[in-house]
Design a binder for this molecule. Structure first.
Ligand SMILES: [Ca+2]
Ligand SMILES: [Ca+2]
Ligand SMILES: [Ca+2]
Length: 518
């Protein structure tokens, strides 16, 4: 009996050793404790998001490309802190640039390539060098959750070629007990595959150790080329409830997956910056917070635009601070990333019905909150667009007349009246000039980046006020969303900035002002 037990135990241990040992979430969190991207945080005050096909063109094709971006880098940051006619951003997030069959490029055919619309690996290396010369960091979009239908892995999967038959969740029959929601499952070659976003974007089997290994080598490929960080697309979709058998702890598995990827990436470059798209409220995002250096603050985006449209400021700060505290409690090194909109959302100017005063106030809000804010290309011009995806990704309006350096990959529909970069650049009161001033201010007063934040109750709905403070200084920021001017009791604060010309203790309707404690 005893012998049998021992034999059983030996067999059990042998069995275990054949499956890859995977560290638990808790073990990974412990191991990654203290891991951060503080160097990135110190050097990067603001990130600029570029949708490459729509930004700038360099050749006979009308589509935007990497050389076009290189040609325009001096407009984003010329590397000279004494000149102020550039935007002043410190990092660029590029939407996907690898070979793909679509214009959005989220269906990747080869992860270690540059799409021919955009250039070659040599153009990419030139972009890295040109960014380096100007002190601009580069963040690449990594589409881990799914590949293109035409990706060689998926084609081999469909043909049952080993080991690729396990690269995607391989389901022969959809048992309704295990897969109660089959709306995102598709059939090809007598088997099923899962594709949440589009039937042309089949989703990988994240449970397969070989797939995880593929991803490690893809990350290494780009890190070796000199990129500074990654933006993880659709991070919560890696394990999606309808994709794995019922009762699979998908959220917990997602966190484990990303912790493992993070551990690997940090072993290659311990200062790599990892930001995730977890399109969820703070309540869910806090579960993901230990896995990343940063996440986009979707609650902030929704709340700011809602507040500007309604003029109702009550509860905004309480909700913001609660979300912030909850996330910092699980990851003290977490870097929040406020933003207004991205390539998937109706452009902020459209959501604000083209109201320039509100667009400027949105910029003042975005650039006076903690963390690393993101600007979606064209927001600084007040570009519009809503509804279908391509409406939100119109060509950047460089000039008054169409020209060869514009990325005219599609007709301009929503931005026929958008004032061009050229015209706004020459106008000190333009939205572009407002963005430039605020970005410069954020650099001049690091307290706006790193300081604490607390509500400053003005006892007036329609007035949003908060303090940004640290041991160096104490700033008071006031946004007036009323339709009349508002008199402030200054209490020892001196005005250092205002978005209009008015008395020091008056904030005009739609205006924003910053005060410094004497
Ligand atoms: Ca081109
Ligand atoms: Ca400059
Ligand atoms: Ca998935």
């Amino acid at each position: 009996m005893k012998k049998l037990l021992v034999l059983g135990l030996v067999l059990l241990l042998l069995g275990c050793s054949q499956t890859p040992s995977r560290m638990s979430k808790e073990e990974l969190i412990k191991e990654l404790e203290g891991s951060n991207a503080q160097e990135f945080n110190r050097e990067v005050s603001v990130v600029y998001q570029i949708f490459p096909i729509a930004f700038a063109n360099s050749d006979e094709s009308l589509k935007g490309d990497l050389q076009g971006i290189i040609d325009k880098l001096d407009y984003l940051n010329d590397g000279d802190p004494t000149t102020t006619d550039d935007l002043g951003i410190d990092a660029i997030w590029l939407n996907p640039i690898s070979q793909s069959g679509s214009t959005h490029k989220y269906d990747v055919l080869d992860y270690q390539s540059i799409d021919r619309d955009f250039g070659s690996l040599d153009t990419f290396k030139a972009l890295v060098k040109a960014c380096d010369e100007r002190g601009i960091k580069l963040i690449l979009d990594m589409v881990v959750n799914h590949t293109a239908y035409g990706h060689p892995w998926f084609q081999k999967f469909l043909n049952d070629e080993k080991p690729y038959d396990q690269y995607y969740v391989n389901v022969k029959e959809l048992d309704r007990k295990l897969y109660p929601d089959t709306s995102k499952w598709y059939k090809a070659n007598n088997k099923y595959y899962f594709a949440f976003f589009w039937d042309q974007m089949p989703e990988i089997n994240a449970d397969n150790e070989m797939v995880r290994e593929e991803w490690r080598s893809i990350f290494k490929f780009w890190l070796d080329l000199g990129v500074d960080g990654f933006r993880f697309d659709a991070a919560k979709h890696v394990y999606y409830p309808a994709e794995y058998p019922a009762k699979t702890p998908t959220m917990s598995n997602n966190v484990q997956f990303w912790l493992e990827m993070r551990k690997y990436i940090k072993s290659v470059n311990d200062q790599a910056y990892l930001i995730a798209e977890v399109w969820e409220s703070n309540a869910i995002r806090k579960v993901y917070a230990p896995a990343f250096d940063a996440m986009f603050n979707f609650d902030f985006s929704t709340a700011v635009i809602g507040m500007l449209n309604s003029g109702n400021t009550s509860g905004f700060m309480t909700k913001y601070l609660q979300g912030k505290d909850e996330i910092m409690a699980v990851n003290p090194n977490f870097i929040d990333s406020p933003f207004l909109t991205n390539h998937d959302q109706d452009r902020v100017m459209s959501q604000l019905q083209g109201n320039m005063i509100k667009a400027k106030q949105a910029a003042h809000l975005l650039l006076t909150f903690p963390g690393i804010p993101y600007i979606y290309y064209g927001e600084e011009l007040g570009m519009q667009g809503y509804g279908a995806d391509y409406n939100k990704r119109e060509p950047y309006i460089w000039h008054d007349e169409l020209a060869k350096d514009m990325a005219l990959w599609e007709p301009i529909t929503y931005n026929k009246d958008t004032v061009s970069y050229d015209a706004q650049s020459a106008d000190p009161n333009s939205l572009l000039s407002t963005y430039r001033k605020l970005i410069a201010l954020r650099k001049e007063y690091p307290t706006l980046r790193f300081g604490d934040i607390a509500e400053y109750d003005m006892q007036q709905n329609g007035i949003l006020a908060y303090r940004r403070y640290d041991q160096q200084m104490d700033l008071l920021i006031i946004h007036n969303m009323l339709d009349r001017s508002f008199k402030v009791n200054l209490n020892g604060y001196r005005r250092i900035y205002s978005s209009g010309v008015f008395d020091v203790d008056v904030v005009s309707a739609g205006g924003s002002a910053i005060y410094l404690k004497e």
